[in-house]
Design a protein around this ligand. Structure first.
Ligand SMILES: NC(=O)c1ccc[n+]([C@@H]2O[C@H](COP(=O)([O-])OP(=O)(O)OC[C@H]3O[C@@H](n4cnc5c(N)ncnc54)[C@H](OP(=O)(O)O)[C@@H]3O)[C@@H](O)[C@H]2O)c1
Length: 104
């Protein structure tokens, strides 16, 4: 990601997997730079992303999705239909049992 993108004011980023780790750190950084953020969590419980939403009132929306659940992905797509995002970052990774067993 180039520094010029992050310095662009008034953008909106969709961050998949923002409850902790890199996604949470990216959410904080983009908010500090003036961007609006839509960040996702998997569970209904409170996360550090919710603390960020309190800190940056009105600029961080929290959505719920598990990217391993096609129904949830479809529901998120429907909820965000018509929205325009300047950047998408999929921080969540998933691994199937089959992949765990495969040999390199
Ligand atoms: N951290 C590094 O230095 C580093 C370096 C190179 C590559 N990576 C890779 O970058 C990715 C993220 O790293 P990270 O350190 O941020 O990992 P992390 O701390 O484990 O965070 C992963 C994030 O993705 C979410 N997530 C996991 N599975 C999901 C799913 N099925 N659906 C939706 N959200 C899901 C987690 O939500 P929950 O809180 O609900 O689990 C969490 O918000 C990983 O694939 C990692 O291997 C990380």
């Amino acid at each position: 990601m180039s520094a010029s993108v992050l310095n662009t004011p008034s953008g909106t980023i969709l961050l998949i997997g923002a409850s902790r780790g890199l996604g949470l750190a990216m959410a904080a950084e983009f908010l500090k730079k003036g961007w609006n953020v839509v960040g996702t969590v998997r569970s209904s419980g409170r996360t550090k992303l919710h603390d960020l939403a309190d800190e940056f009132e009105g600029r961080l929306e929290i959505e719920t999705v598990d990217i391993c659940e096609p129904d949830q992905v479809a529901a998120l797509r429907d909820r965000l239909s018509g929205r325009v995002f300047d950047m998408l970052f999929v921080n969540a990774g998933c691994q199937t049992t089959r992949l765990k067993r495969s040999r390199m």
